[in-house]
Design a binder for this molecule. Structure first.
Ligand code: SF4
Ligand code: SF4
Length: 217
């Protein structure tokens, strides 16, 4: 899931300086789960802006704000709204999808922070940085790129203390986790193996995938 956090209100208000009529676009998927862009947050944003003198002329909540077809369809509701600007309550992908499909200034209400695992409602953990060359098969299904503070892919730095990371003591050392997982799952021999060189050539951006034409670029 894409994890988002609300931007500070004053930052949003500064972006909206000079605007009076706004439309709001939320997201029924990740942002709703992050409590940054679902029905409740859109209603709260409407109230917040109206209390500060804005006229909220329309609200839209696509099921997924990163899905172009859905966004395009739902934005039709704002066509004659008179909005001077749009506030996007989604991730950076969703806000850009809105901006691609409406001829108005679009402002993000959220910061997009990571791709994460949902532990339970409202609790998320960063698990993948989308490096383009996954090594999970060698590391017991624990990502050293993301979960080691130094992104070390060939073993620990040696600074861990009581299983905690020397950089972020709140976090478990990823390499202790990897060691324990490999031991527990009968893969301990992988610890002594020479690893292939981790490729970062897949970490460029922007990337594109076209399954219809069998292309990735
Ligand atoms: S190795 Fe790369 S693709 Fe695999 S989980 Fe880690 S960051 Fe994500
Ligand atoms: S203590 Fe562990 S998680 Fe922290 S930087 Fe060193 S190897 Fe990575």
């Amino acid at each position: 899931m894409i994890i988002t956090e609300k931007k500070p209100a004053e930052e949003l208000l500064a972006m909206l300086s000079g605007v009076r009529k706004v439309a709001l676009v939320g997201c029924g998927n990740c942002a709703a789960a992050c409590q940054t862009g679902g029905e409740k947050e859109v209603a709260e944003m409407k109230q917040f802006l109206e209390e500060r003198g804005f006229e909220v002329v329309g609200t839209v909540l696509p099921d997924e704000c990163c899905h172009k077809m859905l966004v395009k369809r739902d934005l039709r509701a704002l066509k004659d709204s008179g909005a001077e600007a749009v506030v996007g309550l989604a991730c950076g992908d969703g806000v850009q999808t809105v901006a691609d499909n409406i001829q108005l200034p679009v402002y993000p209400a959220n910061n997009t922070v990571f791709l994460g695992q949902v532990e339970r409602v409202g609790i998320f953990h960063e698990y993948c940085r989308m490096c383009g060359d996954c090594v999970l098969g060698e590391t017991g299904g624990i990502c050293p790129v993301t979960r080691c503070a130094k992104s070390l892919v060939n073993g620990p730095c040696g600074g861990q203390k009581n299983g905690k990371c020397e950089v972020c003591p709140d976090n478990d050392c990823a390499w202790i986790l990897i060691y324990n997982r490999l031991q527990a799952t009968g893969q301990a021999e992988k610890l002594g193996r020479t690893r292939r060189t981790k490729g970062y050539s897949g970490a460029y951006y922007p990337k594109h995938v076209n399954l219809r034409e069998g292309k990735k670029a």
